[in-house]
Design a protein around this ligand. Structure first.
Ligand code: NAD
Length: 497
């Protein structure tokens, strides 16, 4: 029996009325577990109307009361995160531990947002001009849209909505239709935490829902995360409709290993960052760049480790789960075929994996392709699967040039024991998030997350102070309280004295 997954509008579940649905599958069995409603434009309008109606009341709710709701949400999430992790594993496929890790990283943003009264403090200048004071405030935008990808059904929405809500906005979330239940679960948690109806809404859907959010006159901003072509489209369409847009796109993250690096540490890191979540992370290491002859040794150590990984059902204590859908699994396997045909050496072949999971699951084991060159599709394209490609260069400069020439600039890492080289790298590399002997440098919630180049369209990164700025508008107030010394006519431009 399959479950019907409804929208969440104005504090209640709403059955889909468009007549359109999509299958949700359990990737470890291949079985259809649910049907998610795909919203019509009218259903999106109903969610936006609920968010617009809730906005004045929420905007005017005191910061003390708002942060109390945030705090309660954080407490409930912390108590019940195993439930959410189980939902993620059942629809996304990542192993339970990894799903729990995702929820914890999202929770950090809720914790950051609990401190919003401090972050919203403005400046005050007494007597800026004689008898004139100036102060600044930051005010919420109104109803805002969040559109999220399949790979982090809880964490990525949580990069945005705790900050949006804490700063006084109301939210319409359009999660990925591939794993939609996490969003619904979080909506119910908000209600339990005491959030007024209409402040947080969820509409499920596809391009129809996204397009309506991008053009809807009441939506003030769009926070999007997904693949680069769609991110670019969302940025261009949303800004054309006058919205503030932050659109985070795809990635091809390189790990540069210098000859002096600890090769065991580097091999551990490459395996963890390459195959965790089956490589379906925007911060996954997908490209290893071996400098100055360390390639053979490093690849041997990686292959040894990859062979020990157990691929299977995420509920069975395996190391790595399935890919999210059959189409995606076949697409990733197709890249491995193409790489092999183009002359890359398949050192570890995930196509031959013996999974500990259902026969109909979407399995592909860890795969390592060595001697890859920059013209191969396994290098030029974002694969988004458990495929690590290895390139070799002679010098640090060649490695840097390779990374800086890539169209993406999300994350990167350098492995070395040379502090000077690492310091040079952090300065010279054209990438938004840099790890030094840290393979997945996802910033803490109080810093901001975001890449450069085709990995992010817009000016603002997610969460941290950039998130607070994104979800608020600045206002500066100049005030003078008249006393008997004021008065008189003067048509000149105001000057300070
Ligand atoms: P996707 O681009 O297919 O989908 C993202 C969202 O866009 C979903 O909500 C989807 O329903 C919607 N969408 C899909 N097609 C659309 C269309 N034609 N028009 C309008 N909306 C559309 O991405 P995905 O496969 O869900 O997620 C994986 C991608 O997300 C990868 O490229 C990954 O690198 C990227 N990602 C990036 C970051 C980051 O921080 N930069 C984080 C996570 C994921």
């Amino acid at each position: 029996m399959t479950t019907l997954i409804p929208h969440w509008i104005d504090g209640a579940r709403r059955e889909g009325a468009s007549g359109r649905t999509a299958d949700v599958t359990d990737p470890a069995t291949g079985e259809v577990s649910g049907q998610v409603a795909l919203a019509s434009t009218e259903e999106v309008d109903a969610a936006v109307a609920a968010a617009a109606a809730a906005f004045p009341g929420w905007r005017d709710t005191s910061l003390t009361k708002r942060s109390a709701v945030l705090f309660k949400f954080r407490e409930l999430l912390n108590e019940r995160k195993p439930e959410l992790a189980a939902i993620i594993t059942a629809e996304h496929g990542k192993v339970l531990d990894d799903a729990l890790g995702e929820v914890s990283r999202g929770q950090e943003v809720a914790e950051f947002a609990c401190g919003v009264p401090h972050l919203l403090k403005g400046g005050f200048t007494e007597n800026a001009s004689t008898g004139v004071d100036v102060h600044s405030v930051r005010q919420p935008l109104g109803p805002v849209a969040v559109i999220s990808p399949f790979n982090f059904p809880a964490m990525v929405p949580m990069w945005f909505f705790p900050v949006a809500i804490a700063t006084g906005n109301t939210v319409v979330l359009k999660p990925s239709e591939k794993d939609p239940t996490a969003a619904l679960w979080m909506a119910e948690l908000w209600k339990e935490a005491g959030l007024p109806d209409g402040v947080f809404n969820v509409v499920h859907g596809d391009k129809v829902a996204v397009d309506r959010l991008l053009e809807h006159p009441e939506i003030q901003s769009v926070s999007f995360v997904g693949s680069t072509p769609i991110a670019r489209y969302v940025y261009e369409t949303g800004t054309r409709h006058g919205k503030r847009v932050q659109a985070l796109g795809g990635a091809k993250n390189h790990m540069l290993v210098l000859p002096d690096a600890d090769l065991d540490l580097a091999a551990d890191a490459a395996v963890n960052a390459g195959f965790g979540s089956a490589g379906e992370r925007c911060m996954a290491i997908s490209t290893l760049v071996a400098v100055g002859g360390v390639g053979d040794d490093l690849v041997a150590r990686i292959a040894e480790r990859a062979a020990t990984l157990r691929t299977g059902d995420g509920r069975r204590g395996c190391d790595m789960g399935p890919l999210v859908t059959r189409e995606h699994r076949d697409r990733v396997a197709g890249y491995v075929d193409a790489g092999e045909e183009a002359g890359a050496k398949v050192v570890v072949d995930g196509r031959e994996v013996q999974p500990d999971g259902g026969e109909g699951g979407f399995w592909l084991g860890p795969t390592v392709l060595d001697h890859v060159s920059t013209d191969m599709s396994v290098y030029t394209d974002e694969i988004f699967g458990p495929v690590l490609v290895v390139l070799r260069v002679d010098t640090y400069e060649q490695g840097l040039e390779l990374i800086n020439s890539n169209e993406y600039g999300n994350g990167t890492a350098i492995f070395t024991n040379d502090g000077g080289a690492a310091r040079r790298f952090q300065n010279e590399v054209e990438v938004g998030m840099v790890g030094i002997n840290v393979p997945i440098p996802v910033p803490m919630a109080y810093y901001s997350f975001g890449g450069w180049k085709n990995s992010l369209f817009g000016d603002s990164h997610a969460h941290g102070t950039e998130g607070v700025h994104f979800f608020t508008r600045g206002k500066v107030i100049t005030s003078r309280w008249l006393d008997p010394s004021h008065g008189g006519l003067n048509l000149g431009f105001p000057q300070n004295a």
